[in-house]
Design a protein around this ligand. Structure first.
Ligand SMILES: *[C@@H]1O[C@H](CO)[C@@H](O)[C@H](O)[C@H]1NC(C)=O
Ligand SMILES: [Zn+2]
Length: 170
């Protein structure tokens, strides 16, 4: 986590990402299993609350190239900007950094270490509602070298308003 923040600040990217993260640090959202079942579709529940994985390639955002913001399906926290999306050839949407909240300079995606006999990687979760989003590996592109491999089902895309896009191009 620290590595990501340092890397982002080092490259002056905090500001760019902060511009996209409209709003303040959201309060934590904790619901019961029954409440999540009511709020989410069965696929959304299986993936975000039970740590499941959707089909590769045949998912909503793998080929998606519009400019805007990907929000958490569980709580609407802005998680990733299209500015950091790239094609990883993996079959799932991939990003090289999460959105950082300007309120506290913390990323909106938290990382939990997963230890396997052959390697260590991270689980990616929403900071607000603890939704399982996907996994993070260290074979991503510059500037972070990270690959946030995320289930489309865990995301809800909103197109950037015109004025926000102009700001980004300056
Ligand atoms: C997805 O975002 C749109 C706004 O762009 C909103 O109207 C819609 O309710 C959101 N969907 C879910 C499932 O949260
Ligand atoms: Zn969430």
């Amino acid at each position: 986590m620290l590595k990501i923040i340092n890397s982002l600040s080092h490259h002056g990217l905090c500001l760019v990402l902060a511009q996209l993260s409209l709003g303040n640090r959201p309060d934590k959202l904790e619901l019961t299993e029954e409440e999540w079942k009511e709020r989410l579709t069965p696929a959304q529940f299986r993936i975000t609350r039970k740590g499941g994985t959707e089909r590769s390639f045949y998912n909503k955002y793998y080929w998606h190239k519009k400019e805007g913001v990907y929000h958490c399906i569980g709580c609407d926290t802005p998680l990733f900007s299209s500015e950091t999306k790239y094609n990883s050839n993996s079959g799932w949407p991939a990003f090289w950094a999460p959105i950082v909240c300007p309120d506290d300079n913390q990323p909106n995606v938290k990382l939990i270490p997963v230890e396997r006999p052959d390697r260590i990687f991270h689980e990616a979760k929403c900071i607000t509602c603890d939704a399982h989003l996907g996994h993070v590996f260290d074979d991503g592109p510059p500037p972070t070298g990270l690959r946030y491999c995320i289930n489309s089902v865990a995301l809800n895309f909103t197109e950037a308003p015109e004025n926000e896009l102009e700001d980004l191009e300056q």
